[in-house]
Write a new protein. Structure first.
Length: 70
């Protein structure tokens, strides 16, 4: 249930919002004082955000390609 909610939350993010959250997580992961449990959850979220970002770029590339063909 929580995972499904997180996926919907991620899928509604723009490229900018996704990038900002990725940067926040990376900063947190780079902090040596972060506990292991939080790190694991953040890393899993980072992977989902990364996949979402990849999908957003692919979608945008298709749009650009379609516009260039016109």
């Amino acid at each position: 249930m929580i995972s499904e909610k997180n996926s919907k939350d991620i899928n509604n993010k723009s490229i900018r919002e996704t990038k900002e959250e990725i940067n926040k997580i990376l900063q947190k992961l780079e902090n040596e004082n972060t506990n292991l449990r939080e790190t694991t959850n953040d890393y899993e979220r980072l992977l989902k955000l990364n996949k979402h970002m990849d999908n957003l770029f692919k979608k945008r590339l298709r749009q650009i390609s379609t516009n260039l063909k016109k």
